[in-house]
Design a protein around this ligand. Structure first.
Ligand code: ADP
Ligand code: MG
Length: 495
C-alpha cells in the first residue's frame, strides 16, 4: 500500500551508481529564474489541489501543497510502455490468485502463525469462506510499483503491487499539467508532448461506478472507509468529486472503521446499511495497518463489511493476494504458469520480477538469510506491512536476521533483491523550503493503476487506467512527507 509518499533509504553512497539520466532541460537553472518559477509552481499546485493537510499544523480549514519535483523526471518510454501494457496481466494474475483458496492458504500458512495482523485478516477470509460468500464480485483498484534497475539496462522491476488503498491516483492526474505549465513558462513548450496524459482518476472512479451499477440499487451509496485523520484529503476528495461528476446520482459517504462498528448493520438480505443508507460499494482507504484497528470493534466492522452484500474494494481475498508473502510465493519458479495459461504472459511477468526469497525456517530460508547476511546491501528485508517505513536496509538487515535465527518470527518476513535505479538531477519543492532550492540527486518510482471487476467465474472489466510517479532523494534515509523527502512527479518520456 502506498497512501503516503514514503521515502526509504535507497542505498549506501559507496554503492552509488554512475547510471545517470539526463534531465529534460539543461540544469542548473539560474537562481533568479528558479526563484520565480518555484513561486509560480507552488501557487499552481495550491490552486489545483496538489495538496495535503499539514501534519505539523493540522487544520481541516487549510491545505499546503504536497512536495513535488519542479520538472518532470526522465523515464525510458519503452519501460513506461511495458509497465502500462503489463497491467492487465497483473490484474488477471491477482484476481486468479485471490480466488485460489489453496494457494492463498498455503502461501500464508507459516506467516499467519507468527504475524498477528495478517493472521486476523486471514481469519476473516476463513470465516466468510466457510459461511459462503454473499457478494461474489470484487472490485480491484490496484497500483503496481516499479523502479528501473541499473543492473539490467534500466529495465523496470516490480517493487510491489498494492491491492488496498492504492493512493495518489487523484493528485497524480494533475501533476502532468503542472509540469507542462512549468515547461512552458521556462520556454520549453516543445517538450510538453513528452509528458503523457494521465487518466488515473477518471479510470479509478469509473471502476467504482461500474461496480455500483453492477450492485443494481439506484439508491445505494459508495462508502469510503477512511482514517481517523486524513492528511491525504485532496487525493480522496478528488475521487469523491469525480464520482459525482461522472454520475451525480451517486452519493459518497465517508466513515471510519470505528464509526462503522458503532452504526452499521446488516439487513435481511445481508445489505450493509449505514445510517439508513444501503451500501453498494465499499472503498477502503484505511484498514491496511494494525494501528487502524485500535480495538476488536474495528475488526468486527471489517468482518461485517466482508459478510455483506456490498462489493468490496478490495474484498478480503484481493487484500490477501496483495501481501508481500504472496508476491514472494508468486516469484517461485514454475508458479506463474499455474495461473496464466499463455506462456507469453508468464514470460512478460517474469521479466519484471526480481529476486524474491522466502525466509521460512527451512533450507531455502536459511540460504536466503545467509546470502543477505553476507551481502546486506544487495537486499531489502520486508515484513508483512503496508504504508511505508517498515522495511529494513543495509547493515540493519544483518542485525535483524541474526536476531531471528531459528525463530519462527522470521517466516513473517521476505527478502527481496535490491533494485538500484538510475539517478538524475533535479529540484524538490517542499512546504517551508528555501526560495531557491538546491539541485539534488533524485530517483523515481513509477506506479501503474489497474481496475478489475469479477468473481471466480467471470471478469467483467480489466483495464489499465493511468499512472503516478514518485521521486525521492537518491540517498534519502526513511521518512514520510512530513520529513519532506518524497515528492510527486510525472514522467518525461525519452526514446
Ligand atoms: P510498502 O508496502 O511499505 O509501500 P514497499 O515494498 O513498496 O512497501 O517498499 C517501500 C519503498 O521501499 C518502495 O517504495 C521503494 O522506494 C523501496 N523499496 C522497496 N523494495 C525495494 C527494492 N527491492 N529495491 C529498492 N528499493 C525498494
Ligand atoms: Mg509501496
Amino acid at each position: 500500500m502506498m497512501c503516503d509518499i514514503v521515502v526509504e533509504r535507497s542505498w549506501h553512497s559507496e554503492n552509488m551508481t554512475d547510471n545517470q539520466l539526463e534531465p529534460c532541460i539543461k540544469l542548473p537553472l539560474e537562481d533568479g529564474v528558479l526563484a520565480d518559477i518555484v513561486e509560480k509552481a507552488k501557487d499552481w499546485a495550491l490552486m489545483h489541489g496538489a495538496c495535503m493537510r499539514s501534519k505539523l499544523n493540522f487544520s481541516k480549514d487549510s491545505l499546503q501543497f504536497a512536495p513535488f519535483v519542479l520538472l518532470p523526471s526522465t523515464f525510458p518510454q519503452k519501460e513506461f510502455k511495458k509497465a502500462v501494457e503489463i497491467q492487465i496481466i497483473l490484474n488477471e494474475l491477482v484476481h486468479k490468485v485471490a480466488h485460489d483458496y489453496e494457494f492463498l492458504s498455503s502461501s500464508l500458512k507459516s506467516t499467519i502463525e507468527v504475524d498477528k495482523f495478517t493472521g486476523s485478516l486471514f481469519q476473516i477470509y476463513e470465516t466468510v469462506h466457510k459461511e459462503g460468500i454473499t457478494q461474489t464480485f470484487s472490485l480491484g483498484l490496484f497500483r503496481s510499483d516499479y523502479l528501473a534497475h541499473s543492473a539490467t539496462n534500466n529495465n523496470i522491476k516490480q517493487v510491489e503491487i498494492n491491492t488496498i488503498a492504492s493512493g495518489f491516483g487523484g493528485i497524480s492526474t494533475h501533476i502532468p499539467s503542472l509540469h507542462r505549465y512549468i515547461l512552458q513558462e521556462l520556454g520549453h513548450g516543445d517538450k510538453v508532448k513528452n509528458v503523457p496524459v494521465n487518466t488515473a482518476l477518471e479510470g479509478l472512479c469509473g471502476g467504482m461506478l461500474e461496480a455500483w451499477k453492477l450492485f443494481g440499487d439506484p439508491n445505494a451509496v459508495i462508502l469510503f472507509v477512511v482514517e481517523n485523520i486524513t492528511y491525504n484529503i485532496c487525493d480522496q476528495r478528488f475521487h469523491e468529486f469525480e464520482i459525482r461528476r461522472q454520475n451525480p446520482a451517486v452519493i459518497v459517504v465517508r466513515r471510519t472503521l470505528t464509526q462503522i462498528a458503532d452504526t452499521a448493520k446488516l439487513g435481511k438480505n445481508m445489505e450493509l446499511i449505514i445510517d439508513g443508507l444501503s451500501v453498494a460499494v465499499v472503498y477502503f482507504r484505511s484498514g491496511y495497518e494494525p494501528a487502524q484497528y485500535p480495538s476488536d470493534n474495528e475488526w468486527a466492522a471489517r468482518l461485517m463489511i466482508e459478510r455483506s452484500l456490498a462489493i468490496k474494494c478490495p474484498s478480503i481475498h484481493y487484500h490477501l493476494a496483495g501481501t508481500k508473502k504472496v508476491q514472494q510465493a508468486l516469484a517461485t519458479p514454475g508458479i506463474l504458469k499455474k495461473f496464466l495459461l499463455d506462456p507469453a504472459k508468464v514470460e512478460a511477468l517474469q521479466e519484471i520480477f526480481t529476486g524474491l526469497y522466502s525466509l521460512d525456517l527451512d533450507e531455502h530460508g536459511n540460504r536466503a538469510a545467509n546470502m543477505a547476511i553476507m551481502m546486506p546491501d544487495g537486499y531489502v528485508l520486508k515484513p508483512q506491512r503496508e504504508g511505508g517505513g517498515n522495511n529494513v536496509y543495509g547493515e540493519k538487515i544483518r542485525e535483524v536476521l541474526q536476531s531471528m535465527t531459528d525463530s519462527p518470527e522470521r517466516t513473517a518476513w521476505i527478502l527481496m533483491e535490491r533494485i538500484v535505479p538510475p539517478v538524475q538531477k533535479g529540484y524538490i519543492i517542499r512546504p517551508g523550503g528555501p526560495k531557491v532550492p538546491q539541485m539534488v540527486n533524485l530517483v523515481s518510482e513509477l506506479g501503474i493503476f489497474g481496475v478489475i471487476i469479477g468473481n471466480s467465474d467471470t471478469v467483467i472489466a480489466n483495464q489499465q487506467v493511468g499512472y503516478m510517479l514518485r521521486t525521492k532523494l537518491s540517498d534519502a534515509d526513511e521518512g514520510g512527507v512530513a520529513a519532506g523527502s518524497g515528492a510527486l512527479d510525472s514522467p518525461y518520456l525519452i526514446q
